[in-house]
Ligand binder design. Structure first.
Ligand code: ADP
Ligand code: MG
Length: 402
């Protein structure tokens, strides 16, 4: 990215919203809204593809999902501003923000008027809040927590959203040989404590936790809509996938309200809908923040797509001079110590969220191999080797960048 490009991108970010949102969102993604005249596309669906996609979207919906994080029930709706849309269109741009799942969700959409925009955004935030209540592990009464406490071997009925998220999680667990694992909860709790105390978890505690971690200990029956825990003291943790699911769900809500030209951002996860009026897509920058090094960053123009970035740039604990990520290796129960940041681009944010976390655990080589097996998915991996940042991409990524 040259300097002019960077400046343009910054200007776009100015249009996006408040400083706080910018910090959170753009720490991992430079989101520039739209800049007209950019030729590159990620997944620009033609008519036939659009039809297929519609089908897969509704299939996806018929499952359902949700979350971890702080439980913030108050709905904070902020009309951050609007601008007149480019000539030839009567749509205006609106921006909204609301805290959920321990982060700030931001919606940017195009609508004919303020009432339509506000109603749709409100419905989308309500959907996210409901998923948050269901999937948080901070509230002992959430559906996720009740399931986590269920007796070993007893099938428990679960709601369509929770079942959808768990089913997708188990697919990624199988695909990654357990690198992604939502039964990681007991180990996550030890690492949260380590963050507070500044001391590594004791070996005995880690060993005890490891007996309750393992994706094979979770059995789902999608026909009967039940989940069964097969080991004692299990704790499910959807921190690696729920935000993505909620972002997808919010976009579906906006679409149902007749506003498909929208983008939902939840920290490192973006759910991207139809292009803004008179443009070819939403412009998204991925890579290391605040660098002008074109080797480390890519700019994408996206429609009907998803982007997620994971890494230890924001959440980590430093103990005895060693930096441990909030992403854990389920096979050891330890926080990752390799410095890595992964961006995954795909169709659904549920998938890209889980895959970005997965690739952090697998590392660049195994991770990129996995990405090549997942259709409609690409990845950009930035890792530190010998004090230097290196960038590696999947085969498909160069074709969708400029
Ligand atoms: P963020 O939530 O910061 O965007 P991620 O999407 O990578 O980051 O999710 C990290 C969260 O996922 C952790 O805080 C924890 O709750 C959970 N987690 C950690 N390690 C794993 C793992 N190996 N598999 C699945 N979930 C994980
Ligand atoms: Mg994730």
């Amino acid at each position: 990215m040259n300097q002019a490009e960077t400046q343009k991108l910054r200007k776009g970010m100015e249009e996006l919203g408040t400083q706080e949102l910018r910090n959170r969102v753009t720490n991992r993604h430079r989101l520039a809204g739209f800049l007209p005249g950019i030729p590159a596309f990620l997944i620009r669906t033609n008519q036939a593809e659009a039809h297929k996609r519609k089908k897969s979207f509704s299939e996806f919906l018929s499952f359902g999902l949700a979350l971890f994080g702080l439980r913030i029930s108050a709905l904070l709706l902020l009309l951050a501003g609007c601008a007149t849309a480019p000539t030839g269109s009567t749509l205006q741009r609106f921006e909204f923000q609301s805290p959920h799942m321990g982060t700030l969700f931001a919606i940017t959409l195009y609508a004919p008027d303020s009432a339509a925009a506000t109603n749709a955004a409100q419905a989308a935030f309500q959907r996210i809040a409901a998923l948050d209540r269901m999937m948080t592990d901070y509230d002992p009464d959430s559906e996720l927590m009740r399931l986590s406490r269920s007796p070993v071997g007893q099938p428990i009925s679960v709601s369509p959203d929770l079942l959808a998220v768990l089913a997708r999680s188990q697919q990624f667990a199988a695909l990654s040989d357990g690198a992604f694992d939502v039964t990681i909860g007991p180990a996550v709790r030890l690492w949260r404590r380590a963050r507070r105390t500044g001391e590594l978890p004791a070996a005995a505690a880690l060993q005890k936790a490891s007996a309750s971690v393992g994706w094979q200990h979770l059995h789902l029956d999608t026909a009967r809509h039940t989940a069964t825990l097969l080991a004692p003291n299990m704790q499910l943790d959807l921190g690696g996938i729920a935000k993505g699911y909620a972002a997808d769900a919010a976009l579906i809500t906006l679409r149902a309200a007749g506003l498909p030209r929208a983008l939902v951002a939840a920290s490192g996860d973006l759910a991207i809908g139809e292009a803004p009026p008179n443009t070819h897509g939403w412009r998204v920058g991925i890579g290391v923040p605040d660098t002008t090094d074109t080797q480390l960053s890519r700019q994408l123009l996206l429609t009907n797509a998803a982007v997620s970035t994971s890494g230890d740039t924001e959440q980590f604990v430093e103990i005895a001079g060693r930096r441990y990520s909030h992403i854990l290796d389920p096979h050891t129960g330890l926080g990752l110590t390799n410095r890595i940041q992964v961006s995954v681009i795909g169709r659904h944010t549920t998938d890209t969220d889980a895959l970005a976390t997965t690739l952090c655990v697998l590392g660049a080589e195994r991770g990129l191999k996995l990405i090549e097996q997942v259709p409609h998915t690409a990845a950009l991996v930035i890792l530190q080797r010998g004090g230097q940042w290196e960038v590696l991409t999947s085969r498909r990524l160069p074709n969708i960048t400029e």
